[in-house]
Design a protein around this ligand. Structure first.
Ligand SMILES: Cc1ncc(COP(=O)(O)O)c(C=O)c1O
Length: 363
Protein backbone atom coordinates (compact mmCIF):
# COMPACT_ATOMS: atom_id res chain seq x y z
CA UNK A 1 0.00 0.00 0.00
CA UNK A 2 1.21 3.51 -0.74
CA UNK A 3 2.33 6.17 1.77
CA UNK A 4 2.50 4.17 4.99
CA UNK A 5 2.51 6.39 8.09
CA UNK A 6 3.16 5.28 11.69
CA UNK A 7 1.38 7.11 14.60
CA UNK A 8 2.32 7.43 18.31
CA UNK A 9 0.76 4.15 19.37
CA UNK A 10 2.18 2.50 16.29
CA UNK A 11 -1.03 2.49 14.32
CA UNK A 12 0.08 1.93 10.75
CA UNK A 13 -1.92 4.01 8.32
CA UNK A 14 -2.52 2.88 4.77
CA UNK A 15 -4.36 5.81 3.18
CA UNK A 16 -6.85 5.37 0.35
CA UNK A 17 -5.60 6.23 -3.09
CA UNK A 18 -8.94 7.74 -4.05
CA UNK A 19 -11.67 9.00 -1.72
CA UNK A 20 -15.26 7.79 -2.23
CA UNK A 21 -16.75 10.92 -0.68
CA UNK A 22 -18.32 12.06 -3.96
CA UNK A 23 -20.70 9.05 -3.63
CA UNK A 24 -22.34 10.62 -0.58
CA UNK A 25 -25.39 12.88 -0.75
CA UNK A 26 -24.92 14.86 2.45
CA UNK A 27 -28.46 16.26 2.11
CA UNK A 28 -30.02 12.80 2.25
CA UNK A 29 -28.03 10.71 4.68
CA UNK A 30 -29.55 7.32 5.44
CA UNK A 31 -28.43 5.91 8.81
CA UNK A 32 -25.68 3.31 8.48
CA UNK A 33 -25.59 3.21 4.67
CA UNK A 34 -22.37 4.98 3.70
CA UNK A 35 -19.02 4.42 5.35
CA UNK A 36 -16.04 6.74 5.46
CA UNK A 37 -12.87 6.02 3.51
CA UNK A 38 -10.89 4.41 6.33
CA UNK A 39 -11.37 1.78 9.00
CA UNK A 40 -9.36 0.55 11.97
CA UNK A 41 -8.38 -3.08 12.36
CA UNK A 42 -6.50 -5.19 14.88
CA UNK A 43 -6.31 -8.98 15.16
CA UNK A 44 -6.08 -11.10 18.32
CA UNK A 45 -3.96 -14.21 17.89
CA UNK A 46 -1.72 -16.34 20.10
CA UNK A 47 -3.03 -14.68 23.31
CA UNK A 48 -2.33 -11.10 22.30
CA UNK A 49 -3.61 -8.25 20.21
CA UNK A 50 -1.43 -7.67 17.15
CA UNK A 51 -0.40 -4.53 15.30
CA UNK A 52 -3.15 -1.90 14.85
CA UNK A 53 -3.74 -0.63 11.34
CA UNK A 54 -5.95 1.96 9.67
CA UNK A 55 -6.66 1.06 6.08
CA UNK A 56 -9.20 1.63 3.32
CA UNK A 57 -12.79 0.57 4.19
CA UNK A 58 -13.33 -2.60 2.19
CA UNK A 59 -15.05 -5.97 2.28
CA UNK A 60 -13.00 -8.81 3.70
CA UNK A 61 -12.93 -12.56 3.33
CA UNK A 62 -14.07 -15.03 5.96
CA UNK A 63 -14.67 -18.76 5.65
CA UNK A 64 -18.15 -20.27 6.08
CA UNK A 65 -16.93 -21.88 9.34
CA UNK A 66 -16.02 -18.57 11.03
CA UNK A 67 -17.11 -18.73 14.70
CA UNK A 68 -19.17 -15.52 14.79
CA UNK A 69 -21.45 -16.71 11.97
CA UNK A 70 -22.54 -19.74 14.02
CA UNK A 71 -22.12 -18.91 17.70
CA UNK A 72 -22.53 -15.14 17.62
CA UNK A 73 -19.50 -14.24 19.74
CA UNK A 74 -19.44 -10.52 19.01
CA UNK A 75 -19.75 -7.17 20.77
CA UNK A 76 -20.10 -3.61 19.52
CA UNK A 77 -20.44 0.04 20.52
CA UNK A 78 -22.33 2.96 19.00
CA UNK A 79 -21.17 6.53 19.56
CA UNK A 80 -20.92 9.83 17.72
CA UNK A 81 -18.54 12.65 16.77
CA UNK A 82 -19.89 16.16 16.14
CA UNK A 83 -18.70 18.99 13.91
CA UNK A 84 -18.00 22.11 15.97
CA UNK A 85 -16.04 24.27 13.51
CA UNK A 86 -13.56 23.75 10.71
CA UNK A 87 -10.78 23.01 13.20
CA UNK A 88 -12.70 21.13 15.90
CA UNK A 89 -14.63 17.86 16.27
CA UNK A 90 -16.15 16.58 19.53
CA UNK A 91 -16.37 12.90 20.37
CA UNK A 92 -19.08 12.40 23.01
CA UNK A 93 -18.06 10.42 26.13
CA UNK A 94 -15.55 8.03 24.47
CA UNK A 95 -14.28 6.80 27.85
CA UNK A 96 -17.78 5.72 28.93
CA UNK A 97 -18.30 3.91 25.63
CA UNK A 98 -14.87 2.30 25.89
CA UNK A 99 -15.60 1.07 29.44
CA UNK A 100 -18.90 -0.44 28.34
CA UNK A 101 -17.12 -2.04 25.35
CA UNK A 102 -14.68 -3.76 27.71
CA UNK A 103 -17.50 -4.85 30.04
CA UNK A 104 -19.25 -6.37 27.03
CA UNK A 105 -15.99 -8.12 26.06
CA UNK A 106 -15.62 -9.61 29.52
CA UNK A 107 -19.14 -11.03 29.50
CA UNK A 108 -18.77 -12.46 26.00
CA UNK A 109 -15.37 -14.04 26.68
CA UNK A 110 -13.62 -11.67 24.27
CA UNK A 111 -10.19 -10.24 25.14
CA UNK A 112 -10.26 -6.64 26.40
CA UNK A 113 -8.61 -3.77 24.53
CA UNK A 114 -6.65 -0.69 25.63
CA UNK A 115 -8.07 2.83 25.89
CA UNK A 116 -4.92 4.40 24.36
CA UNK A 117 -5.42 2.46 21.15
CA UNK A 118 -9.20 3.07 21.12
CA UNK A 119 -8.88 6.85 21.48
CA UNK A 120 -5.95 7.15 19.10
CA UNK A 121 -7.80 5.05 16.53
CA UNK A 122 -10.83 7.37 16.85
CA UNK A 123 -8.73 10.54 16.63
CA UNK A 124 -6.79 9.24 13.63
CA UNK A 125 -9.94 8.12 11.79
CA UNK A 126 -11.56 11.51 12.44
CA UNK A 127 -8.52 13.43 11.23
CA UNK A 128 -8.14 11.28 8.11
CA UNK A 129 -11.86 11.32 7.26
CA UNK A 130 -12.82 14.76 8.63
CA UNK A 131 -14.43 15.66 5.29
CA UNK A 132 -16.96 12.90 5.98
CA UNK A 133 -18.28 14.59 9.13
CA UNK A 134 -21.52 16.32 8.20
CA UNK A 135 -21.77 19.95 9.27
CA UNK A 136 -25.48 20.67 9.70
CA UNK A 137 -27.03 20.84 13.13
CA UNK A 138 -28.33 17.44 14.21
CA UNK A 139 -25.97 15.51 11.94
CA UNK A 140 -22.92 13.57 13.15
CA UNK A 141 -20.33 10.94 12.35
CA UNK A 142 -21.56 7.66 13.78
CA UNK A 143 -18.74 5.49 15.14
CA UNK A 144 -19.11 1.72 15.31
CA UNK A 145 -16.34 -0.21 17.12
CA UNK A 146 -16.89 -3.99 17.15
CA UNK A 147 -15.08 -7.25 17.82
CA UNK A 148 -16.00 -10.65 16.47
CA UNK A 149 -14.76 -14.22 16.90
CA UNK A 150 -12.76 -15.20 13.84
CA UNK A 151 -11.69 -18.83 14.44
CA UNK A 152 -12.21 -20.89 11.32
CA UNK A 153 -13.62 -23.85 13.26
CA UNK A 154 -17.05 -25.31 13.99
CA UNK A 155 -16.69 -25.66 17.74
CA UNK A 156 -19.18 -24.26 20.26
CA UNK A 157 -16.56 -22.72 22.53
CA UNK A 158 -14.84 -19.37 22.74
CA UNK A 159 -12.76 -18.50 19.72
CA UNK A 160 -8.98 -18.15 20.09
CA UNK A 161 -8.79 -15.43 17.45
CA UNK A 162 -10.73 -12.17 17.16
CA UNK A 163 -10.98 -9.24 14.78
CA UNK A 164 -11.46 -5.71 16.17
CA UNK A 165 -12.63 -3.06 13.72
CA UNK A 166 -13.89 0.51 13.87
CA UNK A 167 -15.91 1.91 11.01
CA UNK A 168 -17.53 5.35 10.76
CA UNK A 169 -20.58 6.63 8.92
CA UNK A 170 -22.01 10.12 8.34
CA UNK A 171 -25.58 10.29 9.70
CA UNK A 172 -28.37 12.81 9.27
CA UNK A 173 -30.40 14.63 11.89
CA UNK A 174 -32.66 12.19 13.77
CA UNK A 175 -35.33 14.84 14.12
CA UNK A 176 -35.07 16.61 10.77
CA UNK A 177 -38.86 17.08 10.73
CA UNK A 178 -39.36 17.74 14.44
CA UNK A 179 -39.76 15.36 17.37
CA UNK A 180 -41.76 12.28 16.59
CA UNK A 181 -43.20 10.64 19.74
CA UNK A 182 -43.01 6.84 19.78
CA UNK A 183 -45.68 4.36 20.82
CA UNK A 184 -44.69 1.36 22.94
CA UNK A 185 -46.29 -1.92 23.84
CA UNK A 186 -45.40 -4.51 26.44
CA UNK A 187 -45.43 -8.21 25.55
CA UNK A 188 -46.07 -11.19 27.79
CA UNK A 189 -44.87 -13.59 25.11
CA UNK A 190 -41.19 -12.58 24.89
CA UNK A 191 -38.38 -11.26 27.08
CA UNK A 192 -35.23 -9.39 26.04
CA UNK A 193 -32.84 -10.41 28.79
CA UNK A 194 -32.57 -11.99 32.18
CA UNK A 195 -30.24 -11.25 35.09
CA UNK A 196 -27.17 -13.42 34.64
CA UNK A 197 -27.67 -13.50 30.87
CA UNK A 198 -26.12 -11.11 28.36
CA UNK A 199 -28.58 -8.19 28.52
CA UNK A 200 -26.20 -5.72 30.12
CA UNK A 201 -23.58 -6.39 27.42
CA UNK A 202 -23.81 -4.82 23.99
CA UNK A 203 -23.69 -8.27 22.42
CA UNK A 204 -24.85 -8.94 18.86
CA UNK A 205 -27.21 -11.78 19.80
CA UNK A 206 -29.28 -9.59 22.12
CA UNK A 207 -30.44 -7.67 19.08
CA UNK A 208 -31.12 -10.73 16.91
CA UNK A 209 -33.39 -12.09 19.65
CA UNK A 210 -35.40 -8.87 19.79
CA UNK A 211 -36.17 -8.61 16.07
CA UNK A 212 -39.20 -10.93 16.04
CA UNK A 213 -40.98 -9.26 18.99
CA UNK A 214 -40.16 -5.85 17.47
CA UNK A 215 -41.60 -6.95 14.13
CA UNK A 216 -44.80 -8.16 15.81
CA UNK A 217 -45.14 -4.91 17.78
CA UNK A 218 -44.77 -2.97 14.53
CA UNK A 219 -47.40 -5.09 12.81
CA UNK A 220 -49.77 -4.16 15.66
CA UNK A 221 -49.08 -0.49 15.06
CA UNK A 222 -46.51 0.25 17.80
CA UNK A 223 -43.06 1.69 17.23
CA UNK A 224 -41.26 -0.62 19.65
CA UNK A 225 -41.56 -3.06 22.55
CA UNK A 226 -41.37 -1.79 26.12
CA UNK A 227 -39.48 -4.63 27.78
CA UNK A 228 -40.56 -5.92 31.18
CA UNK A 229 -38.41 -8.07 33.46
CA UNK A 230 -38.12 -11.71 32.48
CA UNK A 231 -39.03 -13.19 35.86
CA UNK A 232 -42.16 -11.44 37.04
CA UNK A 233 -43.16 -9.56 33.92
CA UNK A 234 -43.95 -6.42 35.86
CA UNK A 235 -40.81 -4.29 36.25
CA UNK A 236 -39.99 -1.96 33.37
CA UNK A 237 -36.55 -2.46 31.81
CA UNK A 238 -35.90 -0.60 28.55
CA UNK A 239 -36.90 -0.15 24.90
CA UNK A 240 -35.26 -1.49 21.65
CA UNK A 241 -32.16 0.70 21.57
CA UNK A 242 -33.06 3.15 24.34
CA UNK A 243 -33.26 3.35 28.09
CA UNK A 244 -36.45 4.78 29.55
CA UNK A 245 -37.27 7.54 32.04
CA UNK A 246 -40.49 8.64 33.78
CA UNK A 247 -41.15 12.07 35.21
CA UNK A 248 -43.64 11.44 38.02
CA UNK A 249 -44.55 14.62 39.88
CA UNK A 250 -41.16 16.30 40.23
CA UNK A 251 -39.20 13.03 40.44
CA UNK A 252 -37.27 11.50 37.57
CA UNK A 253 -37.63 7.73 37.91
CA UNK A 254 -35.28 5.55 35.84
CA UNK A 255 -35.27 1.74 36.00
CA UNK A 256 -32.27 0.62 38.08
CA UNK A 257 -29.50 -1.37 36.38
CA UNK A 258 -30.37 -4.77 37.77
CA UNK A 259 -28.21 -6.85 35.43
CA UNK A 260 -30.47 -7.24 32.41
CA UNK A 261 -30.55 -3.63 31.16
CA UNK A 262 -27.93 -2.06 28.88
CA UNK A 263 -26.30 0.80 30.86
CA UNK A 264 -26.83 3.64 28.40
CA UNK A 265 -24.35 6.48 28.19
CA UNK A 266 -27.20 8.91 27.39
CA UNK A 267 -29.12 7.52 30.40
CA UNK A 268 -26.16 8.49 32.60
CA UNK A 269 -26.05 11.95 31.01
CA UNK A 270 -29.81 12.53 31.56
CA UNK A 271 -29.51 11.48 35.22
CA UNK A 272 -26.45 13.72 35.77
CA UNK A 273 -28.31 16.72 34.31
CA UNK A 274 -31.46 16.04 36.35
CA UNK A 275 -29.34 15.99 39.54
CA UNK A 276 -27.52 19.17 38.48
CA UNK A 277 -30.90 20.87 37.93
CA UNK A 278 -32.07 19.89 41.41
CA UNK A 279 -34.73 17.38 40.43
CA UNK A 280 -35.45 14.39 42.67
CA UNK A 281 -33.76 11.48 40.95
CA UNK A 282 -34.57 7.86 41.68
CA UNK A 283 -32.89 4.88 40.05
CA UNK A 284 -35.06 2.03 41.21
CA UNK A 285 -37.29 -0.76 40.04
CA UNK A 286 -40.58 0.56 38.70
CA UNK A 287 -43.57 -1.57 37.75
CA UNK A 288 -45.78 -1.01 34.74
CA UNK A 289 -48.74 -0.84 37.17
CA UNK A 290 -47.10 2.05 39.05
CA UNK A 291 -46.81 3.98 35.77
CA UNK A 292 -50.51 3.39 34.99
CA UNK A 293 -51.49 4.42 38.53
CA UNK A 294 -49.37 7.59 38.30
CA UNK A 295 -51.10 8.38 35.02
CA UNK A 296 -54.57 7.81 36.51
CA UNK A 297 -53.71 10.17 39.38
CA UNK A 298 -52.50 12.79 36.89
CA UNK A 299 -48.93 12.58 38.19
CA UNK A 300 -47.24 11.10 35.11
CA UNK A 301 -45.84 14.19 33.43
CA UNK A 302 -43.40 12.75 30.89
CA UNK A 303 -42.09 9.49 29.51
CA UNK A 304 -39.07 9.46 27.24
CA UNK A 305 -36.34 7.17 25.95
CA UNK A 306 -32.65 8.06 25.86
CA UNK A 307 -29.96 6.81 23.48
CA UNK A 308 -27.10 7.87 21.25
CA UNK A 309 -29.21 7.86 18.07
CA UNK A 310 -31.96 10.29 19.10
CA UNK A 311 -30.59 11.68 22.41
CA UNK A 312 -34.13 11.75 23.81
CA UNK A 313 -37.23 10.25 22.29
CA UNK A 314 -40.60 11.30 23.71
CA UNK A 315 -43.10 8.50 24.29
CA UNK A 316 -46.65 9.34 23.19
CA UNK A 317 -48.39 6.07 24.01
CA UNK A 318 -47.88 3.00 26.20
CA UNK A 319 -50.02 -0.07 25.65
CA UNK A 320 -50.19 -2.81 28.28
CA UNK A 321 -52.74 -5.64 28.44
CA UNK A 322 -55.44 -3.83 26.49
CA UNK A 323 -55.04 -0.49 28.29
CA UNK A 324 -53.38 2.64 26.98
CA UNK A 325 -51.60 5.61 28.46
CA UNK A 326 -51.78 8.51 26.06
CA UNK A 327 -49.46 11.43 26.51
CA UNK A 328 -48.99 14.57 24.44
CA UNK A 329 -48.10 13.15 21.01
CA UNK A 330 -47.21 16.39 19.30
CA UNK A 331 -44.17 17.53 21.21
CA UNK A 332 -41.75 16.36 23.89
CA UNK A 333 -42.28 17.31 27.51
CA UNK A 334 -40.48 20.28 28.94
CA UNK A 335 -37.90 18.18 30.80
CA UNK A 336 -37.10 15.90 27.82
CA UNK A 337 -36.72 18.98 25.63
CA UNK A 338 -34.40 20.60 28.20
CA UNK A 339 -32.24 17.44 28.29
CA UNK A 340 -32.15 17.29 24.50
CA UNK A 341 -31.13 20.95 24.25
CA UNK A 342 -28.42 20.75 26.91
CA UNK A 343 -26.88 17.48 25.67
CA UNK A 344 -26.83 18.59 22.03
CA UNK A 345 -25.48 22.03 23.02
CA UNK A 346 -22.58 20.29 24.79
CA UNK A 347 -22.04 17.91 21.87
CA UNK A 348 -21.83 20.72 19.30
CA UNK A 349 -19.74 22.95 21.57
CA UNK A 350 -22.50 25.54 22.08
CA UNK A 351 -22.58 25.08 25.87
CA UNK A 352 -19.93 24.74 28.55
CA UNK A 353 -18.88 21.13 29.07
CA UNK A 354 -19.02 21.15 32.88
CA UNK A 355 -18.97 17.38 33.17
CA UNK A 356 -15.98 16.80 30.87
CA UNK A 357 -18.09 14.75 28.46
CA UNK A 358 -16.55 15.81 25.17
CA UNK A 359 -13.19 14.73 23.81
CA UNK A 360 -11.94 17.45 21.53
CA UNK A 361 -10.13 16.54 18.30
CA UNK A 362 -8.28 19.33 16.49
CA UNK A 363 -8.17 18.85 12.74
C1 LIG B 1 -30.45 -2.13 24.18
C2 LIG B 1 -30.04 -0.70 24.30
N1 LIG B 1 -30.44 0.01 25.37
C3 LIG B 1 -30.08 1.30 25.54
C4 LIG B 1 -29.29 1.97 24.61
C5 LIG B 1 -28.88 3.39 24.85
O1 LIG B 1 -27.50 3.45 25.11
P1 LIG B 1 -26.64 4.73 24.74
O2 LIG B 1 -27.26 5.88 25.43
O3 LIG B 1 -25.29 4.41 25.27
O4 LIG B 1 -26.67 4.87 23.26
C6 LIG B 1 -28.88 1.27 23.46
C7 LIG B 1 -28.05 1.93 22.44
O5 LIG B 1 -26.86 1.76 22.44
C8 LIG B 1 -29.25 -0.10 23.30
O6 LIG B 1 -28.86 -0.79 22.22
Amino acid sequence: MMNEIITNTNITIEPVEQSRIHEVDFNNLVFGRKFSDHMFEMEFQGDKWGAPVIKPYAPFKMTPATNVLHYGQAVFEGMKAYYVDENTIHIFRPKAHYERFNNSCRRMCIPETEYEIFIEALETLIKLDHQWIPKRSGTALYIRPFIFASDDLLAARSSDTFTYQIITSPVGAYYSEGFNPVSLTTTDEYVRAVKGGTGEAKAAGNYAGSFLPAKKAKAEGYTQVLWLDAKEHKYIEEVGTMNIHFLIGDTLVTPALTGSILPGVTRRSVIALAKEWGLNVEERRITIDEVFEAHEKGELKEVFGSGTAAVVSPVGLIHHKGKNIELDREKPGEFAQKCFDKITDIQYGRAEDKFGWVHKVSI
